[in-house]
Design a protein around this ligand. Structure first.
Ligand SMILES: [Zn+2]
Length: 525
């Protein structure tokens, strides 16, 4: 009897004649986030939560949405973002909201605020339109303790780093991230990461890795991430999973097999992906690591030393040769503060604009020149659609934008910040049928919620937080492109965050009903 009640209760407790909900969504096709088939039903929302699901003819509401012909799904959870700094002036997070995203995880790639209590508290008083959880980033922890030094930490420094991670987890971080291609994380040995991951594990956190390599040494890099998960005994999420460089195209076969083997062994490893064949990161990733230690002054001095400069050029030419390319055409400047007229142009083009010979050697010099003038945000066209597809089909892969809150019309950023989810639903579900709609939504909702332990989100169930998107599966579309990135996705008619309408009839209402999401290791609430 108890069992029967348990199942009946959620569907019936709000369905009495007098019930008045805040919002009632009628006649939609519900896709609940589990991966199960759609079904017809109504959803009632009361006090920020889903209060009932079913045929709710006796429920009235302050606001009724007719979802006839539309899909009703949980709000999307984007587990890989970098919003720090942009949320203050852009709390409505339009690029995410118009792409159906209601929750983000920030603090990725080793880069986060160090004082998590202060950060989440700031977000609580700021109020954004999206829910925000954060990781504690290794690079910022290391920098706080030992600057950008390239050496190993001594015992005392190691203890300090452990303490910072411990505090962050106690203050509500959901896990620990690394960015092992960036300074200073790139200087750390695996043992250092294991030690900090062990601290994370004590607080039910997960390890999120921007790995040491995503090209020639990708297998070693995956093995390192798996080793960290195995040794520190915590779940692993590998960020923006990919294989870059023409010479590596097709190797997603090996990398996915390696992930699957680790799962068979019992390592709780999952991955995420953005659905584009170009990546986006800092210009400094073109420069050898050993040049990048000890802060900007040292880097500038090295790049101006003729012998070192020659070494850097040689290394860049070697890497270009590996890619089987004659020019740095794959590397496009997204944002160069010192001269924004270069935004959107490739290194090959910029070299010609500067009046230099059309040779890779001079293009490498152009890279150094841009570095000396403050560096740049870059887009690198280096992946193959077949690898994107293979990774996409992997059932434990979720989708994530790897983006900041976009500032409309500033720079030429990667389109993934505007269009990741709409692109999956339009290109890969509707047009190419790589995934079913239900499966794509599972990867955007319950899979990330489970992995990052956001147990109150990612599903449509009575009692759970009311984060809901309502969209037209025939019309949903990403519009942002590499050439014209500043365009919002279309097709999301309604977006509900914690029971409040953030998008109403296709327009952002300005409502900021998102909240900070704290990890379960949080103490002294
Ligand atoms: Zn990253």
């Amino acid at each position: 009897m108890k069992v029967i009640l348990f199942f009946l209760l959620p569907f019936s407790f709000a369905v009495s004649a007098q019930t008045v909900a805040d919002i009632l969504i009628k006649n939609g096709r519900i896709i609940d986030g589990t991966g199960n088939s759609w079904y017809h039903g109504d959803i009632a929302i009361t006090d920020g939560k889903i209060s009932a699901i079913g045929k709710l003819d006796t429920v009235s509401a302050l606001k009724t949405i007719d979802a006839t012909g539309l899909i009703v799904a949980p709000g999307f959870i984007d587990v890989h973002t970098h919003i720090e700094g942009d949320e203050i002036n852009n709390p409505t997070a339009d690029n995410f909201i118009y792409d159906g995203v209601t929750t983000v995880v920030t603090g990725n790639c080793g880069s986060s605020r160090v004082n998590i209590k202060e950060y989440l508290g700031m977000l609580d008083s700021l109020r954004t339109s999206i829910n925000i959880a954060t990781l504690i980033g290794h690079n910022d922890v290391r920098r706080a303790v030992m600057g950008n030094s390239s050496r190993n930490p001594d015992q005392q420094e190691m203890k300090k780093m452990e303490l910072l991670v411990e505090e962050a987890m106690q203050q509500g971080a959901v896990g620990f991230s690394t960015g092992l291609i960036y300074i200073p994380g790139t200087f750390s040995k695996t043992e250092e990461i294991v030690t900090l991951a062990k601290v994370t594990a004590k607080y039910n956190g997960i390890y999120v890795s921007h790995m040491r390599n995503e090209g020639d040494s990708v297998i070693q890099a995956i093995n390192e991430a798996l080793h960290i998960g195995r040794t520190a005994n915590l779940p692993v999420e590998i960020s923006h999973f990919k294989v870059t460089g023409q010479q590596n195209w097709g190797r997603s076969k090996e990398t996915i097999a390696l992930i699957e083997k680790a799962r068979m062994e019992g390592i709780d490893v999952t991955i995420d992906q953005y659905p584009y064949t170009a990546s986006s990161t800092s210009l400094s990733t073109m420069i050898p690591d050993e040049i990048l230690s000890d802060g900007n002054d040292s880097i500038q001095a090295r790049l101006q030393t003729p012998a070192i400069r020659k070494y850097v050029v040689d290394q860049m030419l070697k890497n270009l040769k590996k890619r089987k390319l004659k020019h740095f055409s794959y590397a496009v400047v997204a944002y160069h503060r010192a001269d924004t007229t270069l935004n959107g142009k490739s290194i090959e083009e910029i070299n010609l604009i500067k009046g230099r010979k059309h040779k890779a050697k001079y293009e490498a010099e152009t890279v150094i020149e841009l570095m000396l003038r403050g560096g740049a945000g870059m887009i690198f066209h280096g992946m193959h659609e077949k690898d994107i597809n293979r990774i996409m089909r992997y059932p434990y892969n979720m989708f994530a934008s790897d983006a900041s809150i976009r500032i409309f019309n500033q720079g030429i950023p990667h389109p993934r910040g505007y269009g990741t989810n709409a692109r999956i639903l339009a290109k890969y579900v509707r047009e190419e049928k790589v995934l079913s709609l239900e499966e794509a939504i599972r990867r955007m909702t319950s899979l990330p919620a489970q992995k990052f332990r956001l147990y109150d989100r990612g599903l449509l169930r009575p009692g759970i937080a009311a984060d809901i998107v309502i969209f037209n599966e025939q019309k949903v579309q990403d519009l942002s492109s590499f050439e014209r990135p500043h365009q919002y996705s279309t097709g999301f008619h309604f977006v509900v965050v914690n029971g409040a309408l953030v998008v109403d009839a296709g327009k952002h209402t300005g409502v900021r009903s998102g909240r900070s999401l704290y990890g379960s290791g949080r103490q002294n609430k």
